[in-house]
Ligand binder design. Sequence first.
Ligand code: FAQ
Length: 330
Amino acid sequence: MTNNVTEIPHRDDADLERAQAYFDDIIARDSRIEPADWMPEAYRKTLTRQIAQHAHSEIIGMQPEGNWITRAPSLKRKAILTAKVQDEAGHGLYLYSAAETLGTPRDELVQQLLDGKAKYSSIFNYPARTWADMGAIGWLVDGAAICNQVPLCRCSYGPYGRAMVRICKEESFHQRQGWEILYTLSNGTPAQKQMAQDAVNRTYGPALQMFGPPDDQSPNSQQSMAWNIKRFSNDELRQRFVDMIVPQAEALGLTLPDPDLKWNEERGHYDYGELDWDEFFGVIKGHGPANAQRLAHRRAAHENGAWVREAAAEYARKQAEAEAQTAAVA
Ligand code: FAQ
């Protein structure tokens, strides 16, 4: 759904009220806000925060798997993993573009990440210890990402919702390839099966925490849901994910490391145990096992890429100069 809405310039209080009423009407009709539309500053701010954090997560999220490309066990596995990591880079780029439409330039957003001021997903602050982690990341991390992101395809902000459609399609392939790695290991030697189980044990809790803090500790959820940015609360999506992965784990022949996990007939959902929220809040404050390493690596990659940015800027300058000269002659 799109609107052919043009920006309503607001000059006085009455104009502002009309603009706000127009915005409220678009949200009430479950239609879409586009970059040129008027929007409340708080809406712009929360979207810039969420989309930029999401973009940073995709970019930092390349590291745990990127580390394993040279150690993939076959040419086929290497090709698949390379393609997946490249997809994540692409997701980061669409998302920075979507965030830029809200008015903050990409280099400013990237600088916030490099300065350690912007958050990115907690999950990427854990090391990937064995090849089986590639399976667990694909199955559980991409699986959680899909569960969280499919509803975002209906986000009220047009550029974000549209970017999510393609991202979700690619994440589905990522989840399948992870599941298939684990399935192969689980049906391999006892040592391979144990490696798969250990990776699932490591990844399960942090993957469930990707959905964010519990609803009663989530300061942004209520307003984001009222604005149709988020469609479900953190706990609702976490529950949906748990219900989805329990039968998948059974099909894999692996167990999920939660003694409290059991079907609740009355609720029609699986009950699951309390997660370690102290650990989560520590990780998002920068104290996870790999936070420092991830940021150091990103800063080094950014510095190494300086010459590309300089060359692109110089090329653009020369093109503009040539166009200006042509225009002056004509
Ligand atoms: N990690 O009030 P809420 C992927 C922050 S992409 C770190 O509940 P909100 C693909 C939150 O930002 C994974 N920080 O916040 C892939 C807020 O910060 P503030 C990323 C977290 O926004 C796979 C504060 O805590 N996905 O995996 C986390 O309403 C494999 C309070 O929280 C997205 O970004 C966390 N887990 O809900 C790539 C999806 N949770 O206010 C490579 C889009 C919360 O201090 C390899 N984002 N925080 O700045 C969202 O859906 C939402 O932003 C939530 C958080 C659900 C993440």
